[in-house]
Design a protein around this ligand. Structure first.
Ligand code: FE
Length: 340
């Protein structure tokens, strides 16, 4: 079906759907697009806006990354899914490697998404970016104490002994950070860093919010957090005694990761799926990223005010292949270091 008739055909259907549900769901009618999403941050707002603007209705199924990928594989060509969305570049890399994603050739996306935040073969595109950086209690720490060149590795200095809180080894956030350190420094130095954190009696926390609460309460002086947890917590409590330090600005830059989207191999509606992904990377960037205080990947789009206040930073180039391929090695390294 040529593009214009596809859109004309879907427009009528979705007006009804939007009227029924108010947010792009189809109330019994099959939606134009089915999204499988392992991204658990507020999707309704952005998709509702997309439906309003384009008349393309969207329905999504949420689940874990591994679960949704298994489902895509099991359904094969019969899959109802058109778009796959997930968090973590390593997961996107894996999905592409398992031949579940179709290559997209789009000048719009190539222009909107920086090169290291998308697959060189066009099988996935980063849409939202998060930074994993150092957070600290300003009453306890002078930021001049941080190693500006290698801030993550600098936390192995004995002066931080008994002052550190970090996430558990089972967290994909920890694993991808460590995979990036292996990619950057090699296994030996990355292992030395993990061992150094352990030698400093790092307290392991089971989620990023608890970690921020511990810093605020003075239980620990320094942590490593995804920036949006701080933004979210600050939005509720501006008096929180936690500041952010952009890690390794004098060196390789701050570790980042992405949420991204891909066209599913076997999609029945690739034109509308492409339109959604292009919209999310351009006009829909703020609708997609702001509610979770994430950074737009598109350099022409402004981040929302709370994270704009964190200031600009240099990011470590993202190597999705490394995050994917080195995940097992990162898990192994953390175990060897005695990092729980
Ligand atoms: Fe998160």
């Amino acid at each position: 079906m040529p593009r214009h008739s596809l859109i004309a055909a879907t427009a009528g259907l979705t007006v009804l759907a939007s009227a029924l549900t108010g947010c792009g769901f189809t109330g019994g009618q099959p939606a134009d697009l089915q999204i499988y999403s392992a991204r658990h941050y507020d999707l309704e707002g952005a998709f509702g806006q997309f439906t309003e603007e384009t008349g393309i209705s969207v329905e999504f199924i949420s689940g874990g990354d591994a679960e949704l990928l298994e489902r895509l594989k099991a359904e094969g060509e019969d899959t109802p899914a058109d778009v796959f969305m997930t968090v973590d570049a390593g997961n996107l890399w894996n999905a592409a490697r398992q031949n579940e994603l179709a290559a997209i050739d789009s000048a719009v996306l190539d222009q909107a998404v920086p090169e290291d935040l998308r697959d060189p073969q066009g099988r996935w595109y980063g849409l939202a970016m998060r930074a994993r950086t150092v957070t600290y209690n300003p009453a306890k720490v002078d930021p001049a104490e941080f190693d500006a060149k290698d801030t993550y590795g600098g936390l192995t200095d004995p002066k931080w002994k008994g002052r550190l809180c970090m996430r558990d080894a089972t967290s994909s956030y920890t694993q991808s950070l460590v995979a990036s350190l292996i990619d950057l420094h090699g296994r030996e130095k990355a292992l030395k860093i993990a061992k150094g954190w352990v030698a400093n009696d790092v307290q392991i926390m089971s989620n990023d919010v608890l970690l921020l609460e511990a810093i605020d309460a003075g239980t620990c002086d320094v942590g490593i957090n995804n920036h949006y947890y701080l933004a979210r917590t600050l939005a509720k409590n501006p008096d929180l005694k936690v500041d952010l330090f952009w890690a390794s600005q004098g060196g390789s830059g701050t570790h980042v990761n992405i949420s991204g989207a891909a066209l599913v191999e076997g999609s029945d509606n690739p034109e509308a799926a492409l339109r959604l992904i292009e919209w999310l990377a351009t006009k829909g960037q703020n609708a997609f990223v702001d509610a979770n205080h994430e950074f737009p990947v598109n350099p022409t789009v402004k981040p929302e005010p709370v994270i704009s206040d964190f200031g600009e930073f240099k990011r470590m180039p993202l190597n999705a292949q490394a995050y994917g391929d080195l995940n097992a090695e990162a898990v192994d390294l953390l175990a060897e270091a005695g990092y729980k």
